[in-house]
Design a protein around this ligand. Sequence first.
Ligand code: KG4
Ligand code: ZN
Length: 352
Amino acid sequence: MDHPLVLGIETSCDDTACAVLDGAGRVLSSVVSSQLAAHRPYGGVVPEIASREHLANWPRVSAEALERAGVAIQDVEVVAATRGPGLVGALLVGLSIGKAIAFAGARPFHAVHHLEGHLYSPFLRPPGDPEPPGPIPSRFVGLVLSGGHSSLFAVEEGAVSTLGETRDDAIGEVFDKVGKRLGLPYPQGPRVDELAERGVPGAHRFPVSRSGDTLDFSYSGLKSQALLEIERLERSLGPIDLGAGGEPPQAALDLLAAFRESAVGQVLDRLDRLHQRRPFSLLAVSGGAAANRLLRRLLPGWAAGHEVDLRMVPLVYSGDNAAMIANAALLRHRRGLADDPFAAEAESRIPL
Ligand code: KG4
Ligand code: ZN
C-alpha cells in the first residue's frame, strides 16, 4: 500500500460519503449513503434534514469505508473534507468531523472545494482497481455538469481558470425542475433521461440558448420553454403525472426527448466554440449530469471529430462521493499544501 493514506469526507448536499485512498491515488474504498428516502416526501433536498441525516449516518458510513479499505482510523495520514459550495449546515457536519480527526491525530488537513473534487474525478480508477491512476495531465479542459454547476475550466500546471459558468439554472437542476413539474419523484434528472430515451425529439423544437459571446451556460430559457410546452400539452391531454405509474403519454416522452436534446446541445455548442477559440487536446467530463445517456453517446463522436482525448468520469464517481475529495486533497498534499483545521470554514458559495 502506497503512503500516505487519505481519508475523504463529503457532506455538501444529500449524500453522506467517506472514502480511503492510498498515496498512489488508488481508491481502497468509497462509501456513499444516499438520503433520498428522507427527502423524497418533500420533492427536493430539505437542508435541516440533510444535516441531521449526515450526523446520523456518519458512524456507519465511516466504519464501512475503513473496514472495506482494511485500515483503522489511526492509520489515516491525511484528512480531507469538503468546505463548499453546498448547504452550510450539511457542509459543517463533514467539515467539523474532518477537522476533529485531523486535530486529534495531528494529521495534515485539507478543506477541499467540491468542484475541484469533480474536476479531477475523471482520472480516478474504480474502487478496488489494483492499477494506480497515471499522473494527472498538466493541461486539460474540465467540464463539470452537476445539480449546482455547469462549468468549463482550463487546468494548466495545477492552476485552474474558469472559461464558462452557470448563468442561472445548472444543467442537472433544470432536469430536476422539468421532471418535478411532470410529477416525478426527486431526483428527477436520471428519470427524465431514462424517459427521454423513449421519445422522438423532432415533435418539439427547443432552440439551444446562447449566452452572447461568452461560454457561460444558461438553462432558464429552456426551462421556461419546456414548462410552457407541458402546459400546452396538458390543455389537450389533461393533467400529466409521470410519477403516478402507468404508461406515460408518447407526447410527454417526445417533449422530454426534445428538452434533453437541447440541454445536451448547449454543452456541445460551448465545446465547439471553445475549441474554435483555443483548441485543446484533452477533455475531462464530470459531475452528476455527466451520467446523462445522450451526452455519453454524443461526446465520443464530438471528441473524435475534434481530435480531442476524452476522459469521462467513471459512473461510480459521477454523483457526489468522497473519493473525489480525497483525490483532490492528495494532489494538494503532493504539492506541499495543507490547511489549518481551525481556520477552515464552510461556505455555501465560493469560486474555484
Ligand atoms: O454532482 P451531483 O451528484 O451533485 C451536485 O454537486 O449537484 O449532481 C446531481 C445532479 C442532479 O441535478 C441530478 O438530477 C443530475 O445530476 N443527474 C442527471 C442525470 N443523473 C444525475 N441529469 C441528467 N441526466 C442524468 N442521467
Ligand atoms: Zn457535486
